[in-house]
Ligand binder design. Structure first.
Ligand code: PLI
Length: 458
């Protein structure tokens, strides 16, 4: 008999949080009150919350114990020095600038390194990252491989960078106009797709020739390392912690949102190797975040972050983490629901253009689909399409090729039975897809509109 070998969670449940079940009538009212934007729903009206994996993860007993060891001194907290030691030992970066979360680090980095008119290439955009680059006067340039924009391409490393695109930018603008290349590990907007070490090493070689830095968005670096271990030649026997270090070794510094991989509710940092940049960052941090030894985090937050970072690079943890995402993907595929291939690291991304082919992109297919899934079952997801992409500096809408709904899985929070319920609800919506009408936007905020925009059904 060929007995399959399943993954299972390397933890057991010590405490549970009860969740509310809602009726169709309650959901209809809640969604209308929220302007058909899942960000504007009250969390108590949500059954299974797949809005994000950011700050929504379950901390371990060790992390909670660490919270009790918080040293709430204004300056020089022992938790800061613990966090600094972990970052030096795991990632190999020399200097730590703590921030309240990832975008705090993005703000500081962008202000220091980007001058007006600079070009900032990246492997696809992320919303807050690109906005900080633009607010600092930079112009974002997408250098990800073309396959990343095609939801059907099964390329195992869709986060890879097209070196020809980088070379073309250097040729056109000159290397001096490119302060750094922003490399994301598991590219969020592409569906949680990893970059390969082979590609990153080739990029390092090219950038060295031109004196261009590489700054990592290491927000989901452990998940990226897992995919390298599984799919890149030569890494099958290498532990995730070593792969993580090898990724960081190719770069000059990093921004990090601790709210994902590290399972904390709040926290982040900027990590650097260059003393001068670090000095400038330490100067700015006291303006925007807090003293350079807490940067917007309490001592207890820094302690939980230090412990969570270590837990994130454990092979068994990551096997179960991505294993659960894959389980959900397999269930969705059984119902023929069109999802981004290959299945990524932090969630399932449903292709709303394929799900609702009768809607134009201006009728917000992904926003509509996210609302419909909530109406069906109380499951909250997130639009990752034209609304998230926002507008260019000249006011025109970006029209991203990918129009997706993200079913994001918080770490260590939901069970396999929840996964079945999620796939079944999506399948019910898929069955009645032809009857679903689109939406129009009736309120649009100036920055990061997806958070607060409001819609009406057509
Ligand atoms: O939410 P922050 O400010 O801690 O981190 C910003 C951020 C930076 N880079 C990447 C790749 C992210 O995914 C990211 C935040 N992501 C959120 C909130 C998400 O829901 O995916």
């Amino acid at each position: 008999m060929n007995i399959k070998k399943s993954w299972a969670e390397p933890y057991k449940i010590k405490m549970v949080e009860l969740i509310k079940m809602t009726t169709p009538a309650q959901r209809k009212k809640a969604m209308k009150d929220a302007g058909y934007n899942t960000f504007l729903l009250k969390s108590e009206d949500v059954y299974i919350d797949l809005l994000t994996d950011s700050g929504t993860n379950a901390m371990s007993d060790e992390q909670w114990a660490g919270m009790m060891r918080g040293d709430e001194a204004y300056a020089g907290s022992k938790n800061f020095y613990h966090l600094e030691r972990v970052i030096q030992e795991v990632y190999g970066y020399k200097y730590l600038v703590p921030t309240h979360q990832g975008r705090g680090a993005e703000n500081i980095l962008s202000q220091i390194m980007i001058k007006k008119g600079d070009i900032v290439p990246g492997n696809m955009y992320f919303t807050t990252t690109r906005l900080h680059q633009e607010l600092a006067g930079g112009i974002f340039a997408d250098v990800i491989i073309d396959e990343a924009h095609n939801s059907e391409s099964e390329h195992p490393f869709k986060g890879d960078i097209d070196l020809n695109k980088v070379e073309a930018l250097i040729k056109k603008h000159g290397a001096k106009k490119i302060p750094y290349i922003c490399v994301a590990t598991t590219v969020n907007m592409a569906g949680g797709q990893p970059i390969s070490l082979k590609n990153l090493k080739e990029l390092r070689k090219l950038t060295k020739q031109h004196g261009i830095k590489i700054m990592l968005d290491m927000t989901r670096i452990a998940e990226n390392a897992y995919f390298i271990q599984q799919n890149e030649k030569g890494y099958a026997e290498v532990p995730i912690v070593k792969i993580v270090r090898e990724i960081c070794n190719q770069t000059d510094g990093a921004t990090m949102s601790g709210k994902k991989d590290a399972c904390v509710n709040i926290g982040g940092f900027l990590a650097l190797n260059d003393w001068d940049t670090f000095e400038e960052a330490r100067n700015l941090i006291v303006v925007y975040e807090g003293l350079h030894t807490y940067g917007g985090m309490a001592g207890r937050d820094m302690e939980a972050l230090a412990i969570g970072l270590l837990e994130s690079v454990d092979d068994h943890h990551m096997n179960a983490r991505v294993g659960q995402v894959h389980y959900l993907g397999q269930q969705m595929m059984q119902y023929n629901i069109p999802i981004v291939q290959p299945i990524g690291g932090h969630g399932i991304f449903v292709d709303a253009k394929k799900f609702l082919p009768h809607l134009t992109q201006d009728q917000f297919p992904a926003q509509t689909l996210a609302a419909e899934v909530y109406l069906d079952s109380g499951i909250r997801t997130m639009e990752r399409g034209i609304v998230s992409a926002g507008r260019k500096a000249n006011g025109e809408n970006y029209y991203p090729k990918l129009e997706l709904v993200r079913f994001t899985l918080p770490r260590r929070v939901y069970t396999q039975a929840h996964m079945d319920v999620i796939a079944e609800s999506t399948a019910r919506v898929f069955e009645k897809r032809n009857k679903i009408k689109g939406m129009k936007m009736i309120y649009e905020p100036k920055y990061l509109r997806f958070f607060q925009a409001r819609f009406e059904k057509l």
